[in-house]
Design a binder for this molecule. Structure first.
Ligand code: DAH
Length: 359
């Protein structure tokens, strides 16, 4: 008989869809689909019973009624189990639990040391000045009394920049020679070129520091990087002298390391100063008794310095007879390494969170 086959198929269809229903709303639409008063599939069968023979009615009637009950109870069972599952889900969320802590970043040790240095010098009435990282041959060397082909250039292993301006090699060489050079670009090897850039634009007296990134074409090891940072200092006036320098720099280091300490000046050579100096501070770890940090000398070498060379004043358009001043340059990484007892310069640029998170 076709009708009991229909009922069988309807039963399979209904029970399967009810079982698969994901929420109360889809259960409701299944109820309408099968049992809906007007268009329900089972309702239609029940309604058509009146047209059947008695024998058919007797056979199909009970089957259809039984299926109606079966569908109703399947719907309510499923509804109950869906409700239970959602209650369980809610119970699993503990609304009283504290939220997850937001992870706060912190400043890179180089950033915070640089900030501190800026603050100290600003409080000593120094201005903070910056200059370009891609620098000309002229400002990085010539203007600082380091002429082309002078062996002093070997003190700075340089990254030269190839300029693609459409000129041939011959054209470039020709022009370079005629103009006495100067337009070749490089990655600045120190922050000293900003001395001349600043002096060209300003009248003394003044005192500035120049923090910034510098580059050296060098092999890396625990104390050398191809990329690092310096802070340059320059004070120019009628009578800015070495005694002033000694005071400023000792004051600076004492504030930075938050303790009293001695400094020591040793003769040295840098083409842009005369006399040139190397500055040592009393070892901040052992206080001068000798330890592994100062290699048992009691002193830490921390900066180069000196009295500005007359040729540098001339390059900036000053008359060296009217003026004098001191200059210094320190490595930011070296200072941070001493301050935080960091053993290897490469750690600063390693991106290793275990290192960074300690600051
Ligand atoms: N520019 C030097 C360097 O990179 C450091 C330095 C030495 C800067 C002496 C100065 C100075 O201003 O007077 O090695």
């Amino acid at each position: 008989m076709t009708k009991d086959i229909d009922i069988k198929r309807l039963r399979e269809d209904a029970l399967k869809s009810i079982k698969a229903a994901a929420d109360a709303a889809s259960l409701e639409s299944l109820r309408v689909k099968f049992l809906g008063r007007k268009e329900g599939e089972l309702t239609k069968i029940l309604r058509s019973l009146k047209d059947f023979s008695i024998a058919e009615k007797k056979k199909i009637g009970p089957l259809a009624n039984a299926l109606r009950q079966e569908i109703e109870s399947a719907l309510s069972e499923k509804l109950k189990s869906l409700q239970a599952a959602s209650h369980k889900l809610q119970a699993d969320i503990d609304l009283t639990r504290p939220g997850r802590k937001v992870q706060r970043g912190s400043l890179h040790p180089l950033t915070s040391v640089e900030k501190e240095i800026r603050e100290i010098f600003k409080s000593l009435n120094f201005s903070v000045v910056e200059g370009p990282e891609a620098e000309s041959d002229y400002y990085n060397f010539d203007a600082l009394n380091i002429p082309k082909d002078h062996p002093a250039r070997d003190m700075w292993d340089t990254f030269w920049l190839r300029q693609n301006d459409g000129r041939t090699k011959e054209q470039k060489n020709k022009r370079t020679k005629r103009q006495g050079g100067g337009e070749r670009l490089l990655l600045r090897t120190h922050t000293s070129p900003v001395q001349v850039r600043y002096m060209e634009q300003h009248k003394p007296p003044f005192q500035i520091i120049v923090p910034g990134r510098v580059f050296r074409y060098e092999a890396t090891d625990a104390s050398h990087e191809t990329n690092f940072h310096q802070v340059e200092g320059l004070m120019v006036g009628k009578d800015a002298n070495l005694a002033n320098f000694k005071f400023v720099i000792r004051e600076f280091f004492q504030r930075l390391f938050k303790r009293k300490l001695s400094i020591r000046l040793r003769p040295s050579y840098f083409p842009f100063v005369e006399p040139g100096l190397e500055v040592d501070i009393q070892c901040v770890k052992c206080g001068g008794n000798g330890c592994n940090i100062c290699k048992n000398s009691g002193w830490l070498e921390v900066m180069g310095a000196g009295m500005v060379h007359p040729r540098v004043f001339e390059a900036a358009g000053y008359n060296p007879r009217d003026l004098q001043g001191f200059a210094f340059g320190l490595g930011l990484e070296r200072i941070a390494m001493i301050k935080y007892n960091i053993p290897d310069i490469r750690l600063f640029y390693s991106g290793d969170l275990r290192f960074i998170k300690q600051f």
